[in-house]
Design a protein around this ligand. Structure first.
Ligand code: FAD
Length: 530
């Protein structure tokens, strides 16, 4: 089978098993497994693959307790193993308990409902179907705690938060949140039932599900959420101060295209307080500083296609950077200079000279150092430049929407999504992280051409950025202080989030509204800027 026919790829958040890896993975494993045996020629399997991928994404953080996998019985090398496991119809779902014996061929799941919510609940049931002794090594207890066990915890000092989710007996939210937090340290989630009257009485709980939070410092409060949904509970608990995602152990994998450490002075710099609901001009200035003085400076000369891409980038920023000021003046001067040059190639040193010297004479300059604010990392090499580059392009998509005629007579006005196209060419040609560029190019090739208007442009970039966030969550480039997660979080925009059939969905209208506000000119803070 060619790659084109493959239903699942390494990019998907699930495990692709084969004849050689099936048994070593599922037999005597420290986690439970849910395996879909499929056939890549079966029409239903093809249709169902998007649901299975969405399920795998939805429970990606449960992996240490229960893993989601696929095995393609249509691949020749898998014929024997599918026979050994008596797979006769596709898709066939089998689950394997943790620590299952050599002889285990899996327990079939024959439920008619294969929607995400039902399968997810099945996974919870599988986990609960273990005893204390054979439970997956990393799976916390999912059984409800009683008031007798919980009430003594009130007022006790601890090194972590304890979140008590109180809910109706048939609700899965509590158990799902416990599993959502599996990879996080600093918080322990416990489930209790709405039938436990002494508990309700003591905590004054009247609505379900509710979360009651015991702080490490002995205080305890009812946790306020805008919507009583799994996603809201999990997001809030993940962002409590001190709660951190545990990094994948021994993660030396480079398949995620790790950004290399950037040579900057971050580690010695004082921390700059900032507000996550603002965009900082200092980050955008630092992005341009790094881009012009470091990233592009690795090219001795610019000519042909590269020169054209550079010119387009400068034009785009000159026309769309919000608020005028030094940056715009610099980029305008640079743009005029580039356009006035009849040369087919320019030595990059000439650009640097212009930025460094001529600018100083005319009083227009770009910050002479990197000053990250909203893009500060908890240590050097994290966040910084790539963070600011995303931010810059989000700002440009929103600004293009706010000033639709800004690109007239630039040669860019004919493109349906000029900001995305320039970004695509820039990333492909100049962005220092090659692997990132390859991923971005793949995504662009699939769907960027479909973007038809300025709103679509804003949303495409937002969605693509979230795809990257999903992929990188828990990887080496994930800053524990700023864990990668679907953005905006419920605390930034609660109306952006909804649930449909038990699955988190975005309200795109509200996301667009939020992005226009967040990346709009009036939300840009000059603090720490030039
Ligand atoms: P970032 O992801 O850089 O986000 C910066 C800020 O943007 C966040 O703090 C938040 O305020 C906001 N934000 C977050 N999500 C969204 C969203 N969906 N929409 C709008 N705003 C949002 N690194 C790799 O290791 N592998 C890769 O393949 C890879 N590909 C990349 C591709 C591109 C085009 C770029 C620019 C960067 C890529 N990176 C990649 C780097 C990676 O995405 C992060 O930029 C980097 O790890 C720093 O992360 P961060 O925590 O600062 O947040």
């Amino acid at each position: 089978l060619g790659t084109a026919a493959r239903l699942y790829t390494e990019e998907d958040p699930l495990v692709i098993l084969s004849s050689s890896s099936l048994k070593p993975s599922v037999i005597n494993s420290s986690s439970a497994w849910l395996v879909q045996f499929f056939s890549s020629w079966c029409g239903h399997c093809i249709q169902y693959s998007s649901t299975w991928k969405a399920l795998a994404q939805d429970v990606k953080d449960w992996q240490q307790a229960v893993s989601v996998a696929v095995l393609d019985c249509a691949q020749e090398e898998n014929f024997d193993i599918c026979k050994e496991f008596s797979i006769k119809f596709y898709p066939t779902f089998r689950y394997f308990r943790a620590h299952s014996p050599d002889t285990d061929r899996g327990t079939p799941y024959r439920g008619a409902d294969r929607e995400i919510q039902s399968v997810r609940q099945l996974m919870v049931n599988i986990l609960q179907n273990h005893t204390k002794l054979d439970r997956p090594d990393h799976c916390p207890p999912l059984e409800p705690y009683s008031s007798v066990e919980l009430l003594p915890l009130l007022g006790q000092r601890s090194d972590h938060y304890t979140a008590i989710i109180i809910e109706e007996p048939d609700s899965y939210v509590g158990r799902e949140v416990i599993l959502d937090l599996l990879q996080y340290s600093g918080v322990e989630v416990k489930r209790a039932l709405s039938s436990d009257l002494p508990l309700l009485d003591a905590l004054k709980i009247t609505t379900f599900p509710s979360v009651y939070l015991l702080h490490p410092n002995t205080t305890h409060t009812h946790l306020h959420v805008q919507k009583r949904l799994r996603f809201f509970f999990s997001s809030l608990l993940r962002t409590l101060p001190g709660v951190q995602r545990r990094l994948k152990s021994g993660s030396s994998s480079t398949s995620e295209g790790q950004m290399g450490a950037l040579p900057d002075k971050q580690s010695t710099e004082p921390w700059r307080d900032f507000d996550r609901s603002k965009v900082y001009a200092a980050d955008l200035e630092s992005a341009l500083h790094y881009l012009l003085r470091v990233e592009l400076a690795t090219h001795n000369t610019l000519e042909g296609e590269e020169l054209k891409i550079f010119k387009d980038f400068v034009t785009l920023v000159a026309k769309l950077y919000p608020g005028g000021g030094s940056v715009v003046k610099l980029m305008e001067t640079l743009s005029d200079w580039l356009l006035s040059l009849p040369l087919p190639r320019i030595p990059y040193q000439a650009v640097l000279d212009l930025v460094d010297n001529k600018m100083r004479i005319s009083g227009v300059f770009l910050g002479a150092e990197l000053r990250w604010v909203g893009c500060q990392g908890s240590r050097a090499g994290l966040r910084g430049y790539p963070c600011s580059l995303w931010t810059l392009f989000h700002v440009l998509t929103v600004q293009h929407d706010a000033t639709p005629t800004a690109l007239e007579n630039t040669g860019l006005e004919g493109e349906a999504a000029p900001v995305l196209q320039v970004m695509r060419r820039y990333i492909r040609t100049f962005f220092g992280c090659e692997e990132c560029g390859r991923h971005f190019e793949q995504a662009a090739a699939v769907s960027m051409e479909k973007v038809q208007d300025r709103e679509g442009q804003i949303l495409w970039l937002w969605n693509q950025h979230n795809m990257v966030n999903y992929r990188l969550a828990g990887s080496l480039s994930d800053d524990p202080l700023f864990p990668k997660a679907p953005w905006p979080s419920p605390s930034l925009c609660s109306s952006c989030h909804e649930e449909k059939n038990g699955v988190h969905v975005w309200n795109h209208g509200n996301v667009l509204f939020f992005l226009r506000q967040h990346y709009g000119a009036s939300n840009m803070s000059p603090k720490y800027s030039l």
